[in-house]
Design a protein around this ligand. Structure first.
Ligand code: FAD
Length: 321
């Protein structure tokens, strides 16, 4: 059954986040040959429309308004609901990002629709669009279908492959003018850390440090390895609690959920709350002095040794490639 599916293109620093392209691929599966319409919300964002077309969107609708310069649930809801009422989609896809997690339930509730959150795979079988999503902190997966109303989902970054970029793809791009009423919240200032490097939630390689790194300086060899591999540095809560690094790096049940192609855990014991945030990574390498450490139970490759010896050796070898 062909459907019209809306996909939110997520913009950060005037660039599209990768999850936008993954959402287009998800939208294509749900659309079953129907139309995938990407939506851009912001101020001065329509220049990004072509890239969404190159990644497979059939059409792009941009809502530009200075009140959408930074994300507010209020402003974005008003803009997106206007697009939805123009387009009448049968499916809607967001990235399972901080923005997607905040905005999608509000929109779903307004539409009186359900929401399948954090999908890691989507397929069409037996005439149904079937979503796979993790439950019990990633220890099991459930499959879900939508039996009524709009098919509404958020997808976990790094799980659904985007379509190959094709610069020859063409499609319609338009802007929709929306009168955004006064916002209840206004973002006065966005304060960023000086260097954020690769975005942890979207990184293909994550080098994570635990209490075993022993100090803030102990993260340096991990950052060097991450630089060589084009990855991001993450951490256990143990390391954050010990003030070796910022809480924005925390991975786990109460931190970020990551699913990179390669996860290297350095000096992390592998507590269940940490595993909840990384156990679905494609390849897990654990470096730990303790051969009995729980992290080895989920690791594809384990190195029993001192991280301060092993990590620099890995960096040296990867540098040669
Ligand atoms: P430790 O358990 O102390 O492990 C350090 C490891 O480093 C040890 O295995 C040791 O053998 C190894 N090591 C030491 N020195 C070296 C060396 N030189 N070379 C190699 N290995 C070395 N934790 C999270 O990570 N994320 C969460 O989101 C999270 N949420 C939580 C929520 C709740 C409600 C609770 C109760 C806890 C939560 N925790 C979370 C905490 C979790 O239970 C663990 O306490 C924490 O993950 C431990 O961090 P760690 O592995 O770095 O430290």
């Amino acid at each position: 059954m062909a459907r019209k599916v809306l996909v939110l293109g997520e913009v950060r620093d005037q660039s599209l986040r990768n999850v936008s392209f993954e959402a287009i691929a998800a939208g294509k599966t749900i659309a079953e040959g129907g139309e995938v319409v990407a939506v851009l919300l912001g101020d001065n964002v329509s220049a990004l429309s072509t890239e969404l077309i190159h990644y497979g969107a059939d059409r792009v609708v941009a809502v530009e308004n200075e009140k959408l310069q930074t994300y507010t649930p209020d402003g974005y809801s008003q803009a997106l609901l206007s697009v939805i009422s123009e387009e009448n989609p049968e499916g809607i896809v967001f990235g399972h990002t901080a923005l997607g997690k905040d905005l999608s339930p509000k929109i779903a509730a307004k539409l009186g629709s359900g929401l399948i959150s954090d999908a890691t795979a989507i397929e069409v079988t037996g005439g149904n669009v079937v979503f796979t999503r993790p439950i019990y902190s990633g220890k099991a997966f459930e499959k879900k279908i939508v039996t009524d109303g709009v098919i509404f989902a958020t997808i976990r970054p790094n799980n659904i492959s985007p379509l190959e970029k094709d610069d020859s793809r063409s499609g319609d791009t338009s802007t929709l003018s929306v009168d955004i009423k006064d916002l209840r919240t206004i973002v006065k200032e966005v304060v960023r850390k000086a260097s954020e490097g690769v975005d942890l939630s979207e990184a293909k390689v994550v080098i994570a440090g635990g209490r075993g790194v022993k100090s803030e300086d102990g993260f340096e060899p991990l950052q060097e390895l991450a630089n060589v591999l084009g990855g991001a540095v993450g951490a256990s809560r143990g390391a954050c609690d010990a003030e070796y690094c910022d809480y924005s790096l925390q991975i786990g049940q109460t931190g970020k959920v990551v699913t990179p192609d390669l996860y290297i855990a350095c000096g992390i014991s592998g507590a269940i709350q940490h595993l909840a945030g990384m156990s679905n990574s494609k390849v897990i390498v654990a470096i730990n002095k303790d051969p009995e450490a729980n992290i080895f139970k989920v690791a594809d490759y384990g190195i029993v040794g001192d991280l301060f010896e092993v990590v620099p050796l890995l960096t040296e070898e990867f540098r040669k490639l």
